[in-house]
Write a protein that binds this ligand. Structure first.
Ligand code: PHE
Length: 480
């Protein structure tokens, strides 16, 4: 248990949470998903869920961590006991551990690509390359399972080392330099992309909100991404919240995290799409989008080799600080529950995740177009893992918001929030009804089977369902 293990500095939680939130989700995943799902429509659903659903749940999740002061799984066990709710709520912890394990598996493979590009930049292999050259070099990387596995192993190994040695707390100091540096270099890239690319077309693509153009699965992808990018609904934030000082304000912290995180994604998106439209590339290129556009900017930029190398190193740092927060909750649970030491716990988690990651490795070559996964689920293994993420994270968030909203008492919440009664009421309304209903709505909306019933019918069903859930919660509490 980590009761006496509180981060002493008030701002440390903020730094750690930003380290977790800002990563490949902002630089790699946001632009690629927005590109595949029609730009503005995707951005609209993404931004709405961040602010109406993400922020309240971010507060709720931190609250559960800080209130229990344990790893997510043990913390939920503790909270269900002390609040006399059904043990079924412990599923929040388990679901989170499963998500962490799945996300780490593919996150590490993609971070491996950034290792490759760091090398390419330092070696100067891509300087003076044109769009075709950059794309060809990326295809060559994907075609080699051996190389992808090597990078995947390097990245996951380094993350494991950092967590296993318990030095991840030290990383927070590094983040004080890394995050502003990443931000600064992104602005340089954006400025350069605006001169060689087409910024107007990029802005048009991202800010034209034609919601009708969003496919059914696009809804799910946009909401899933808003959870993914905030590291929400799977225990990472809860685990960090367990160490958060009681003095820091939950509300300010949550808004700050969401603001920084969204800003980084938007800047990366604008830069990447300016390059895409300038060079006549395809916005729906897929997971490779960032890696076939940014090297292009560095190839043409004066001093681009050096800047590119620094950029990819910073991307790796941001990815590392996110990966740490994926390993930490599961490792902390294994330590608490099975009395393992840290290195053992971390190895167990990471070795399993590494093995699962091989599915992603093969999804880009041997199993790109045809695999047992295509036969069974109509998509690659990587596509399936991403779909699982898009479902599991919002589902975890839904459960977290219901639990924090209904099970914690007024006194407990006020003690954690330390804000006025008005904001408390707003927040409670959001986690009682708005967040759960929004998540349920998107889930239903993305099912082809319910399309015929129309949005008002789905909405009505969701609202009735959320009220019913709330009432049964009250009954549960009164009975105990
Ligand atoms: N938020 C991280 C990113 O955007 C990914 C992440 C998800 C980290 C879930 C921890 C937990 O890159």
């Amino acid at each position: 248990m980590s009761t006496n293990n509180v981060w002493t500095h008030k701002g440390t939680f903020l730094l750690a949470a930003v380290g977790s939130a800002v990563g490949l989700g902002n630089l790699w995943r946001f632009p690629y998903l927005a590109g595949e799902n029609g730009g503005g429509a995707f951005l609209l659903v993404y931004a709405l869920t961040i602010f109406a659903v993400g922020i309240p749940i971010l507060i709720a999740e931190t609250m559960l961590g800080r209130n229990s002061r344990r790893s997510p799984i043990m913390g939920m066990r503790f909270l269900t006991r002390t609040h006399r709710t059904s043990r079924a709520w412990e599923s929040i912890g388990w679901l989170g551990a499963a998500s962490a394990f799945i996300i780490l598996s593919f996150y590490s493979v993609i971070a491996g690509w950034a290792i490759h590009y760091t090398g390419q930049m330092i070696a100067g292999t891509l300087s003076a390359a044109d769009a075709e050259g950059v794309a060809a070099s990326f295809d060559a990387l994907l075609a080699s399972p051996a190389l992808l596995t090597l990078y995947h192993s390097l990245f996951i190994g380094s993350s494991a080392l950092v967590v296993g040695l318990g030095v991840h707390r030290g990383i927070e100091n590094g983040l004080r330099i890394l995050m502003p540096a990443l931000f600064a270099i992104l602005m340089v890239v954006l400025a350069y992309a605006a001169t060689i690319g087409d910024l107007a077309a990029a802005a048009d693509f991202l800010f034209t909100f034609d919601i009708a153009s969003l496919s059914l699965e696009g809804w799910l992808a946009a909401m899933g991404q808003s959870f993914f990018t905030l590291s929400l609904g799977m225990g990472a934030i809860m685990a960090y919240g367990a160490y958060m000082s009681g003095a820091a304000s939950l509300t300010t912290t949550a808004f700050t995290i969401a603001f920084i995180d969204t800003a980084v994604a938007l800047i990366a998106g604008l830069a990447i799409f300016a390059l895409v439209f300038g060079a006549g590339l395809d916005p729906s290129e897929g997971p490779g989008l960032m890696f076939v556009t940014l090297p292009l900017a560095f190839a043409e930029m004066p001093g681009g080799t050096l800047l590119g190398a620094i950029f990819f190193l910073l991307v790796l740092g941001a990815a590392l600080s996110s990966a740490i927060s994926l390993i930490e909750p599961v490792a902390a649970y294994l330590v608490e529950r099975f009395d393992l030491n840290r290195p053992q716990a971390v190895s167990a988690m990471v070795i399993a995740s590494w093995a699962l990651g091989l599915l992603t490795v093969f999804s880009f070559n041997r199993w790109a177009l045809d695999s047992p996964f295509h036969a069974l689920f109509g998509r690659s293994a990587f596509g399936l893992l991403e779909l699982a993420t898009n479902i599991a994270m919002p589902l975890g968030g839904l459960l977290i918001s219901l639990f924090a909203g209904w099970a914690l008492t007024h006194g407990e919440v006020m003690k954690e929030m330390r804000t006025g009664e008005t904001w408390f009421r707003v927040w409670r309304l959001l986690v009682h009804f708005v967040a759960p209903a929004a998540v349920a709505f998107v889930f239903l909306r993305s099912l082809p089977q319910v399309q015929g019933y129309g949005i008002p019918a789905i909405g009505a069903l969701v609202i009735v369902g959320t009220f019913a859930a709330g009432r049964s919660f009250l009954a549960e509490r009164n009975a105990s």
